[in-house]
Design a binder for this molecule. Sequence first.
Ligand SMILES: [Ca+2]
Ligand SMILES: [Ca+2]
Length: 398
Amino acid sequence: MKLWLIVRLTALTLLLSAVVTALAQASQYVCADGTTFTNAVTLYGKLEPSAYTVTALGLNGFDPKLAVVDEDTGEEYACVDDSQSAAAYAVTLPTTGTMTPSPLNAQAVLSFKNEAVNAVFYIAGFADAYGDSLLVIEGLSISGSEQNGGDIFSLYVTPFMTPSATTITTYMIGADDRIDPVLDVVDAELVVFDFGDGALTCDDSGRAGCYGSTVSLLGSSINAVSSDDFDAYIDLPWAVVGLEADEDGYLNYLFRAFGSGGAYTAAFHFGTAEPVAVIDQPSSSVDAQAIQWTTTARAAFPGEPGTVFVLSCPPNGAASSVWGTNVYTDDSSICTAAVHAGVITFELGGLLAMTILAGQSEYPGSARSGVTTSQWGSWNRSFAVAPISGGGATGTTK
Ligand SMILES: [Ca+2]
Ligand SMILES: [Ca+2]
């Protein structure tokens, strides 16, 4: 298990020389029948010999499709869009509410008889649409005590997930009377992350010992499985996702249990949205608008969410106030936020692409690239920044 994870992380370092491009390429898959997954959300996990049911459900009308592929051999186990078998699938979870049964759900039944499989799960929208979905894997189990490890699933965080208003929430629901689930977000050494606002672990949601703000899962359910208040979930703020993903691009979840283990269901709730602009052209040909280090989006750049501005910060800048991480309040200094995001430097300034985004419910602060940003609660408009090739000292991705 641990070895497999290290292999995964090692493979990723090969991609880091061209982060944005590599991420975009890695999120695509074409099925044997020609079905194309563009801007797919990708999940990796090891499946022991057993039977599994994998279901991708859409929220708010999102129409998901699902492919499951063998990471080692490339064998395609499933490529499905609308599955009659999942049309009546019922889910009630804190972050999804009670989901409306839908014939648009995609479902694959898998069976591995002899040896474990390193599976890759691709989830994308019909006609490349963006939206919210829930991926459910039934048939999983933990054997032995927690000291004997657990199951690792790695979610690949792609650029088009970052601007989504939906946080990434992962559930571990006990499927028998024995198991007491425990869920962690870990690094390559299986050490639980802690960015200073609490370890990324959850034993029983709604109680102390569970990261962030959660409620009990008693009353929740997935398909035929009713949840109880020993079950766990972790709802990650975007800032935490960004901090972790900057290091390796993956969110690595460790599903484990206290005591003797047992059967469980894993579920991942995530959303996708239009990517933050990455403009690929020489800096000399970019028509950028010059701004100052104190300039804010609120004061200088009206526009609807999705509007992109190409801007230029002068050299020898000084920090001004910024709230948030990756996604910033619109009254933050644009240039300072770009330094924090690693797009430009104070010394050299440089070019950046700013995308206006919708309001967020939370803007966590963090210290990065010599800039410490502040935390803020709900704010009605925000922005993200992205590099322009050739534009800044540290923003170049080529
Ligand atoms: Ca579908
Ligand atoms: Ca528990």
